[in-house]
Write a new protein. Structure first.
Length: 207
């Protein structure tokens, strides 16, 4: 096996939450979200292992502002596991909003990992829920395949991409984030905070 075959075998592309609700017209639209789709599709040629994540909430998820009397979307609340942003209802299981963007290439995906299914705990990261302890199983999957390097792209840079990248780095993966194939929500400086956090954990942020 050549060096480049070996590199390819040890690498995976992790495509975060390229779903209708995070694109223009969706319930939690990320500005310019759909602009990444063609880039994300093109990137897939570089990888032999491709994982898609899908935010997949039950209808009355505790991260929805609608579940909290008098609370507006994008405000903060304290949950038993820490601070949580309250979101508009989004990515409800089985709805069109939760479906992948219609132009996203999905046929090459080895794994579709759903997250945020526990009504009591939000899950930004593809590895651990927001309580920082409940695993999704992705670590075991990647380990079993001998994958050591991850490239991330998708939505949103400052939430699900950020927390997935940082958890991956903490778990010992070599992690890159392809920023040109990501878009951010950018609430109160959350994009800068995300870039700082990723840098601090040794994530390579590339264009
Ligand atoms: C996300 C907020 C709530 C994301 C998911 O995919 O970044 N953000 N749920
Ligand atoms: Zn969500």
């Amino acid at each position: 096996m050549s060096q480049s075959d070996l590199e390819r075998r040890k690498s995976a592309l992790l495509i975060i939450d390229v779903q209708n609700d995070f694109c223009e017209g969706g319930a939690l639209a990320v500005p310019d979200g759909s602009a990444i789709v063609s880039r994300v599709n093109a990137m897939q040629d570089e990888f032999s292992t491709i994982i898609l994540t899908q935010d997949w909430h039950p209808a009355h998820h505790s991260s929805f502002a609608s579940r909290h009397e008098g609370k507006d979307p994008y405000s903060l609340i304290r949950m038993p596991y820490g601070e949580q942003v309250l979101w508009p209802d989004h990515c409800v299981q089985g709805t069109i909003g939760a479906a992948f963007h219609p132009d996203l290439e999905t046929k090459n995906a080895n794994l579709v990992l759903r997250k945020g299914m526990n009504a009591a705990i939000d899950s930004y990261s593809a590895f651990l829920e927001n309580d920082q302890t409940t695993p999704t199983g992705l670590y075991g999957y990647l380990n079993t395949l001998g994958i050591t390097t991850l490239t991330l792209c998708g939505l949103a840079t400052d939430y699900c991409v950020r927390y997935s990248a940082v958890d991956a780095a903490k778990l010992g993966f070599e992690v890159k984030v392809r920023l040109s194939a990501c878009r951010a929500i950018d609430l109160d400086g959350s994009l800068q905070a995300a870039l700082d956090d990723m840098h601090a954990h040794g994530v390579i942020v590339e264009d």
